[in-house]
Structures are given as structure tokens and as C-alpha cells.
Design a protein around this ligand. Structure first.
Ligand code: 7RM
Length: 631
């Protein structure tokens, strides 16, 4: 692949080129993909208005680039390895030729069920091949996929379907996760009660559990597949035609449907996969993220397939049937690049090393980390015990909004520093901003992390709400994209991400907005008000602490805690349950009525004093009371 930074010289000239002539730089990278017809202009962007146009008037199709383009050269090569939840169930190897046929057939099913270019299709599936196939089938015909993680509740699923008015949903009877079975179809049935836009549901048989099939709405996928051929030409798409919507939680209100477009996302996902993971022909790549998250979109499906790689899809969890599961899979499939989250690393690091030592991990060449800051201890454990001190760790910083990795070391090029995401990739311009909204110049500074120049895969908008997109990301620092994260730049110019500076809390690598959780809690008939903060947790990174005010005193606090967590679980999903709930008579508020989360955060972290200036509080006496009752 000509866009590979083979050594430090190629890398340095790329950095320079990107700086001097970004259009030429991105044009050269984009030329490595298949275009039905070329673009007229590489970029035409207005950061202040959040208007982004990349590869203007270029025509392409990402499914064509992931599949058709590889058929002559590597049709027989494995595109996808499916590793089931149960180690006793046989793994599946799906070649590029077979994947191409199955995606085309799925695309024909969508068409036969009334789906046209521009329609939204919701995908609510476990991590089985049909999930990747559905995503690619949508892309093939120009339908916009909206994948919803199969751990989300019926309410969360319904609100996502309603927000972008999906016409069809692809789901399964159920899913296997560890020793649990997810009743996906039951959840979908409940969600669809409030989703009139959905006229059809296609159901994959996975668990073969008994489910209800609503006549005229629900169809088994296997029956539908029988009715169509495996030939479906890829739709010619404009570079700026939408590719997918993926929801991410905000600090307030309903989830934001981040919209990504075809050309820019394709170029950036392909470019970053190749370089960050130093992909070499025939490598087996494994990203453990569920396709329900952006990491799964970009680095389980699109990035690897764009490069003709072999990608592993794992249905299960790291602890089932035992704590050796990840290492067993690496050994079994001779994985070369392994990409996971710090929360998984921490949870496995606390188990016996014998789980690791049982397996041959010598196939590994590169390790990756994503989703939250990786602490020193976890970094060293990963480097020593998994990488045997031989594999560079790429600590990749990015977001749902950015579409692909923006800050990361490059293997064998960047000198590593534990817990540092190190440097922006060639083509990415990072800025740290200070209190006065000025850009901080020089090293050894810390501030709000911003990006000061557009890149191809920046989200184009929030579905249906461009104003919110502008306000959330482009107004805090005019002319800059504000990430919501804080970061420092050290003496070497390396970046270390210090965490969110807004009200998003990252629990086990999942972004949770405090707003939606508080709204859920407040739905309990006895709750008057609530506030959620994060506190450090050994394994999850952060866990949730809820301060809850009751409308009237109630004696059975244990039962209330259970009920509150049940509501959260129903409305958002079990991942958002609170670790600690403290009932209190009030919340520390400013005179303008804003909850002083800073103080609650300190209390949750176990701080007993040093609350800073609390004189601006409306109710300073409350702090002592909350401290007294702390859980
Ligand atoms: C890819 C992903 C985005 C938020 C982001 C950060 C945090 C992600 C790292 C990280 C420190 C990292 N998308 N984050 N990667 N923090 N180091 N390497 O996770 O939209 O789900 O989350 O995750 O706070 O803003 S996401």
C-alpha cells in the first residue's frame, strides 16, 4: 500500500506535506481507494459553521472498496473470522468472495423489503457475522445504518429509532454473552410499540429461543435470503452522501446522532488502520470492541476490510468461560494486532498470570488501547505480560465524532511513553486552549483539547439538529473543534489525555452522559432531584455515584436503591447502573441554581476537606451534612 509510513523518513515527509499542502496530502491518500469518478476539489470546509465537504463530487462506494476491489487479488483469503461466545462452537472463516456474496444477498433482501438509498436502517444485533454483513449491505445500497449496541434497553433503542425515523430493523431472536442470553426480540417488540416508522423487522436466528413474530411486520432473515440472488451492484454514492448515524451520549438531553459521510470516513478509516496498526499483508487483526460502538465500526469492520485484512469478530466476553478467553483466541487464530480497552486490561490483570501463560502469544506484533486514559500500571502489565516487551502499544485517542484515530503513536516510528497518546497523526492539527480561550503555545502546558484544522472523517452534523452540533463542538473556541477532553503537552510535545472536562463519565469505556441518567432517576415517583458524578474505580476506570433527594422520607433505602437502578437499566441499559446511591436532603447549588458537581465529585472521590471556595453556594451548610452521610 503506497500510503504506508514504512519508516521515519516517509513519516516525516508526510508530516511536512500535510502541514504545507493539506489538500495535496489528503488527495494522495484518497487516491489509494477506488472512485467511480474523481473528486473536483479535495476539501471545502468552514469550521465556524461546521460545514465540511471532502472529495467534492467524487463518486465511490465503501462496500465496493471493502469487498469487490479485493476479489481478484484475495477472493479466497479470509476476510472475517467469527469466534462464537461458546468456545466449543466452531469458529467460522468467511472469505472475501463469500462475504461479498452474503453482503450482496443481504442488500437484495433490504431492497426487496422496500429500502432505498437514504433510508435509515436500525441494526440491533449481537456480535455475529450478520452484524458486519448488515452494515456493509446498507452501505452497498446507500441506506444509512444506525447500529444500536445490543446492551441498550427498549427505551434507549426506541428513542434512537424515533430520532432518525428508521424504516426497518435487523435484529435476532437473542444473543449469547458469557453465560447469559439476551432476549433481543423481546426488547425490540417492546421498543417497536412506540416506533411507527418501522414497517419491517428482519430476524436472525441465533439462540433459537421461542419468540413472537408479528405477521406482516416480522420476517426471518433466512427465509428472505432464499428469495433473492447474491448479485447486487454497489450503488454509486457521492462522497458526501451519508454513510451512517451512530448515537453518542451528551452531557444533557437526548443522545446525539452523529452523522458520518461516505468518502471522508472511508479515506480516514483506511488510512489510520493501515498506519496505526502497521498492517502488513496477511495479518490477522482483532479489535474486541462491539460494532455497536464507533471503535467496532472503524476498526472491526471498515478499516480492516478496506485494507484487505482478516478481521476477528468475537461474540463473547473476556471472562467466559474463564479469564484465559482473550489469550486463547489470540493463540487459536494467530492474531497479529490486538486492540482493546483499558477496562478489559485492568480486569484481566487482576487475575492469575497463569491464564496468560497457558497460551502462545508470539504471533502478536502490535497492541492497542482505546476508550479512556490507560494508567501506568495497566500499560506496563499489558506491555510486559501480553506483549512480552516486544510489541509497541498504540494508545489511540479519538471519538465517535472524529470517525477515526487522531492522536496515537505509530509503531516503530514514535518513541513510546506509557499513558501518553503521544502525537497527532500526519494531517491532524491539535491545539490546547487556556482559560481565556487562547491557544496555549509551547510545551509543558495543559488545557482543553481542540483540533484546529478539518480532517476527512469529522462528523458532518448531529442528525436533525445542526444547531446543537455547532453549539456543542464549535462555539466554545470559535474556529476550533472542541473535543470535551482535557489534555497536557509535556516537555517532548507529547499529549496525555487527562479526561473529560464536561459531564460525560466514561464507565468501562462507555460514554455516559449524566443528564439522561438523572432524567431516568427522576422518573421514580419518590425522587425529587438527583445528580450523578464519577469516582475512580479499579476496573471500570470510573464508576457512578448518585446523590438523590427524595420527595418524602422513606425508610427502606435498600429497596429504593434497587428500584432506581432498575429504572436506569430499563431506560438506558445495565451499563449505566449506579455503584453508590446516597440519599440527601439537598444538593450544593450555586446562586444561579447550577449543581456544583465539582464538590460532589470530591465527596464521591473520598475527599473530606479542601472543597475550595464554597462561599458562592446557596447552601454551604449542606456540604457537611452530605459528608456525614457519605456511603
Ligand atoms: C474511540 C472512543 C470518546 C472519549 C474521548 C475520551 C475517551 C478515547 C482515549 C480516551 C484517553 C484514549 N470513542 N478516550 N480514547 N481517553 N486516552 N486513548 O472511545 O466516542 O466512545 O469516546 O473517550 O474522553 O472524548 S467514544
Amino acid at each position: 500500500m503506497p500510503y504506508q509510513f514504512k519508516n521515519i523518513f516517509v513519516y516525516q515527509s508526510a508530516v511536512e506535506k500535510a502541514l504545507i499542502d493539506p489538500e495535496a496530502f489528503w488527495g494522495e491518500i484518497a487516491a489509494n481507494f477506488h472512485w467511480f469518478s474523481p473528486w473536483k476539489k479535495v476539501m471545502n470546509c468552514k469550521m465556524e459553521l461546521a460545514e465540511f465537504n471532502w472529495f467534492q463530487e467524487g463518486k465511490t462506494n465503501i462496500s465496493y472498496n471493502c469487498l469487490d476491489r479485493h476479489l481478484t487479488e484475495r477472493g479466497a483469503q479470509t476476510a472475517l473470522i467469527f469466534e462464537p461466545n461458546d468456545p466449543n462452537e466452531k469458529a467460522q472463516h468467511i472469505s472475501y468472495t463469500e462475504l461479498h456474496a452474503r453482503v450482496s444477498q443481504m442488500a437484495n433482501v433490504l431492497k426487496a423489503n422496500g429500502i432505498e438509498k437514504g433510508d435509515r436502517v436500525c441494526i440491533y444485533l449481537p456480535m455475529i457475522p450478520e452484524l458486519a454483513i448488515s452494515v456493509l449491505a446498507c452501505a452497498r445500497i446507500g441506506a444509512i445504518h444506525s447500529v444500536v449496541f445490543a446492551g441498550f434497553s427498549a427505551t434507549a433503542l426506541a428513542s434512537r429509532i424515533q430520532d432518525c425515523t428508521c424504516k426497518l430493523i435487523i435484529t435476532a431472536d437473542g444473543g449469547f454473552r458469557g453465560n447469559k442470553e439476551l432476549d433481543l426480540k423481546i426488547i425490540v417488540d417492546e421498543a417497536l410499540l412506540s416506533c411507527p416508522s418501522i414497517t419491517k423487522s428482519l430476524v436472525v436466528k441465533r439462540t433459537h429461543s421461542t419468540i413472537n413474530m408479528l405477521s406482516g411486520r416480522d420476517y426471518y432473515l433466512e427465509d428472505e435470503l432464499q428469495k433473492v440472488t447474491t448479485i447486487c451492484e454497489a450503488e454509486i454514492m457521492d462522497a458526501e452522501d451519508p454513510l451512517f448515524i451512530l448515537y453518542t451520549s451528551g452531557s444533557t438531553g437526548k443522545p446525539k446522532g452523529m452523522l458520518h459521510s461516505t468518502g471522508g470516513y472511508m479515506v480516514y478509516a483506511g488510512y489510520t488502520f493501515q498506519n496505526v496498526f502497521d498492517y502488513q499483508e496477511k495479518d490477522v487483526f482483532w479489535c474486541t470492541a462491539d460494532i455497536g460502538w464507533i471503535t467496532g465500526h472503524s476498526y472491526s469492520v471498515y478499516g480492516p476490510l478496506l485494507n484487505g485484512a482478516t478481521t476477528v469478530l468475537f461474540e463473547g466476553i473476556p471472562s467466559y468461560p474463564d479469564f484465559g478467553r482473550f489469550w486463547e483466541i489470540i493463540d487459536k487464530h494467530q492474531v497479529n494486532q490486538f486492540y482493546t480497552a483499558p477496562t478489559a486490561i485492568r480486569s484481566l490483570a487482576k487475575e492469575a498470570l497463569s491464564w496468560v501463560e497457558k497460551y502462545d502469544l508470539t504471533s502478536l506484533r502490535i497492541l492497542g488501547s482505546v476508550g479512556e486514559p490507560i494508567n501506568d500500571e495497566a500499560w506496563h502489565w499489558y506491555h510486559k505480560n501480553i506483549g512480552k516487551e516486544n510489541c509497541p502499544i498504540v494508545d489511540t485517542w479519538w471519538q465517535t465524532e472524529t470517525g477515526g484515530i487522531l492522536i496515537s503513536p505509530l509503531p516503530n516510528i514514535t518513541k513510546l511513553k506509557p499513558a501518553f497518546a503521544t502525537l497527532p497523526l500526519p494531517g491532524i492539527k491539535v491545539a490546547l486552549m487556556g482559560e481565556e480561550k487562547q491557544e496555549l503555545i509551547g510545551n509543558e502546558v495543559s488545557g482543553s483539547l481542540c483540533i484546529k484544522f478539518p480532517w476527512p472523517s469529522i462528523a458532518r452534523t448531529i442528525w436533525g439538529d445542526h444547531q446543537r452540533y455547532l453549539e456543542t463542538y464549535f462555539t466554545a473556541f470559535p474556529g476550533y473543534y472542541f473535543t470535551g477532553d482535557g489534555a497536557l503537552r509535556d516537555e517532548d510535545g507529547y499529549y496525555r489525555i487527562t479526561g473529560r472536562v464536561d459531564d460525560v463519565i466514561i464507565v468501562s469505556g462507555h460514554n455516559l452522559g449524566t443528564g439522561p441518567i438523572e432524567e431516568a432517576i427522576n422518573d421514580h415517583t419518590l425522587v425529587a432531584e438527583s445528580a450523578i458524578v464519577g469516582f475512580p474505580h479499579d476496573i471500570k476506570g470510573s464508576a457512578l455515584y448518585g446523590f438523590v433527594i427524595l420527595k418524602e422520607e422513606h425508610t427502606d433505602h435498600g429497596k429504593l436503591r434497587e428500584e432506581i437502578n432498575q429504572i436506569i437499566s430499563d431506560q438506558i441499559g445495565p451499563i449505566a447502573k449506579l455503584d453508590k446511591i446516597q440519599f440527601t436532603s439537598g444538593l450544593p447549588k450555586t446562586r444561579s441554581g447550577k449543581i456544583m458537581r465539582r464538590i460532589l465529585r470530591k465527596i464521591a472521590e473520598g475527599e473530606l476537606e479542601n472543597f475550595g471556595d464554597i462561599s458562592t453556594l446557596l447552601n454551604p451548610e449542606l456540604v457537611a451534612e452530605i459528608l456525614k452521610d457519605k456511603r
